[in-house]
Design a protein around this ligand. Structure first.
Ligand code: GTP
Length: 597
């Protein structure tokens, strides 16, 4: 296809503002999928989605559109993952297209998550077409929302397209806007091949499917290609476009988006942002901005029932096959038995994986405190990575410890700024910049990642009523006064609860943790001391008093069925418990105890 007849775009929207409904409409209106096939094909796409889990591209599709100017255009819609842990993947998807539709629910207005992605689109120099959705609803306020887009985001919204993705109003206008307002891609057909690896996923029938955007040159089935970052070479078995079903195509040129297969075994062998070129006639330089996926947050995952270990191993191996940014190694813990130490891109990534293990594989898991990778500079000059506070060596052997710092950008309406600044301050943040755009403030902070990994998002969301956007980049490793704090329950250390903490904050963190644990651990027949300690020095202590009477006592032995029910309930509750010496600790305590409020 000629460059002038191609338009590539993504859709930026907050969850529930109608991104999927609009994508379906665009596909339907252009007849890409015949009405009766629509359901079946969409279901296919859903299967892929389920297989793939989080970096879903089910909305990636090539649409053929006959425009009002009498010409026929090829429109490529690329779907993007929508949250901060995948900021890098989003940035690559954005570089693969020239424009974005900004879909805003006209009954709701601009929301936090929209902002982070809009800024990614602006960063990628996109032309942005605002689209006001759900105008069929009486509560829609298109004029107010237009104004808000201009104030908050700072782009012209005077020609925003009012639509209803549900009823179909305005959809033809969206298609026309894509053709007339978004720029055509540029590129050189005769130059050596230069294509960006935008995404990849595992297909049970085809193996690894790689999605690419061609920048320069031509790619054909049978070509011998090289991935410039990994150095691996492959021969293309299949070249296709997504309609959204896969449709073979003989070649793809500049500006085009498609997928190929090449007997690639695992998703790990492909790197988002890598440059694909011909082995024989390579391009001179790879595309800028490549970053290898690097897990920054680690935690332990252990089965509640030790018999589930093999099932957990199988499930983790399956998930890892399809997710290059998830890493794991076996771990043994005195308290928790056999499990895995897993690495994630961020907290949400962690949550998604844990949820999938629990829901799809039906596993009951104990998740230990998320932790970042600390670097231990030993006295003998060696530098060790600490993935797990439980592995902390004798502190006298350590010269100093460094931790990852991030540069965090937070956008927030004026009225919540004070609370946000306080939150950042409380988490050892250093303010780097503070600017205003309309009624919104943008604060840039230098923060320790360790202080952010736990419940920073939750706190930020709650102090700003969800009206803040947050984005971060790892900046550097820096020295600080970090110590390991252990928790002892009934005089036994619970290694899953040990954390690395700043020396000046150890005492207050320790006090909060023991107080929480006192609430979270049920009473036993004996007194239980709960302590926080640095080395052998106890810095906080609570005592859980002994239980007075048997739980079944209140049944007076009379009502046998009621008594049985109560015991059954207790038994079910036990499944979620873990034994430490003589004490049973509920699973929820491991997470709850670490929250910082
Ligand atoms: P996620 O898939 O969760 O990211 O959401 P999304 O942004 O893709 O939104 P989706 O298309 O799933 O729409 C969210 C809800 O809004 C659905 O219940 C839709 O039926 C509804 N919806 C979408 N567009 C319109 C519209 O124009 N009018 C009305 N009344 N409802 C709409």
């Amino acid at each position: 296809t000629e460059l002038s007849h191609i338009r590539n775009f993504s859709i930026v929207a907050h969850i529930d503002h109608g991104k999927s409904t609009l994508a379906d409409r665009l596909i339907q209106l252009t007849g890409t999928v015949a009405e009766r096939d629509m359901k079946a094909q969409m279901l296919d796409a859903m299967d892929i989605e389920r297989e793939r889990g989080i970096t879903i591209k089910a909305n990636t599709v090539r649409i053929v559109y006959p425009a009002k100017d009498g010409e026929t255009y090829v429109l490529n819609l690329i779907d993007t993952p929508g949250h901060v842990d995948f900021a890098y993947e989003v940035s690559r998807s954005m570089r693969a297209v020239e424009g974005s539709l900004l879909v805003v629910d006209a009954t709701q207005g601009v929301e936090a998550q929209t902002l982070a992605n809009v800024y990614q689109a602006i960063d990628a120099d996109h032309e942005i077409v605002p689209v006001l959705n759900k105008i069929d609803l009486p509560a829609a306020e298109p004029d107010r929302v237009k104004e808000q887009i201009e104030d908050v985001i700072g782009i012209d919204a005077s020609e925003a397209v009012p639509i209803s993705a549900k009823t179909g109003i305005g959809i033809p206008d969206v298609l026309e806007a894509i053709v007339t307002r978004l720029p055509a891609p540029t590129g050189d057909r005769d130059a050596p091949l230069k294509a960006m690896l935008v995404d990849s996923w595992y297909d049970p029938y085809l193996g690894v499917v790689v999605m690419i955007r061609v920048m320069d040159g031509m790619i054909r089935k049978g070509d011998q290609v090289k991935m410039m970052q990994t150095g691996a070479t492959y021969r293309l078995d299949k070249l296709a476009v997504l309609t959204p079903a896969m449709k073979d195509i003989p070649e793809l040129g500049p500006g085009e988006i498609g997928v190929f297969t090449a007997s690639i075994k695992q998703v790990r062998d492909t790197r988002v942002g890598d440059t694909i070129t011909h082995e024989k006639k390579p391009c001179a330089t790879p595309l800028a901005g490549f970053k290898p996926a690097q897990p920054v947050v680690f935690c332990g995952l252990f089965p509640v029932d030790a018999n589930d270990f093999e099932a957990l191993r199988d499930a983790i191996e399956k998930l890892a096959l399809n997710d290059a940014s998830f890493s794991y190694e076996m771990e043994t813990s005195a308290a928790l038995g056999f499990g895995f130490r897993c690495g994630f891109l961020g907290l949400l990534h962690l949550e998604v994986i844990r949820d999938r293990l629990e829901r799809e594989y039906d596993l009951d898991l104990i998740t230990t405190a998320p932790s970042v990778v600390f670097k231990l500079h030993m006295r003998d000059g060696e530098v060790r990575e600490l993935h797990n506070p439980a592995d902390m060596p004798d502190p006298t052997l350590i010269d100093h410890i460094t931790e990852p710092r991030i540069k965090a950008t937070i956008m927030v309406p004026d009225e919540y700024l004070g609370d946000v600044l306080k939150l950042c301050q409380d988490r050892r943040g250093i303010q780097m910049d503070l600017t205003y755009a309309g009624s919104r403030a943008m604060a840039v902070y230098d923060l320790p990642l360790a202080e952010v990994v736990f419940d920073f998002y939750d706190r930020l969301k709650s102090v700003t009523k969800g009206y803040a956007s947050f984005d971060y980049q790892i900046s550097e490793y820096r020295e600080d006064h970090l110590v390991k704090m252990s928790i002892l329950v009934n005089d036994e250390p619970v290694d899953a609860l040990s954390i690395m903490v700043h020396r000046d904050r150890a005492e207050s963190r320790g006090r909060v943790m023991v107080e929480k644990l006192k609430e979270l651990i049920p009473r036993h027949m004996f007194k239980i001391p709960i302590q926080a300690a640095i080395g052998s020095r106890v810095i906080a202590r609570e005592t859980l008093s002994a239980m007075r009477k048997d739980v079944t006592a209140k049944c007076y032995g009379g009502d046998a069925t009621r008594k049985k029910k109560l015991l059954e309930k207790q038994k079910a509750g036990k499944k979620k418990m873990r034994q430490f010496g003589k004490v049973e600790i509920p699973q929820a305590a491991f997470i709850q105890a670490l929250k910082m409020d």
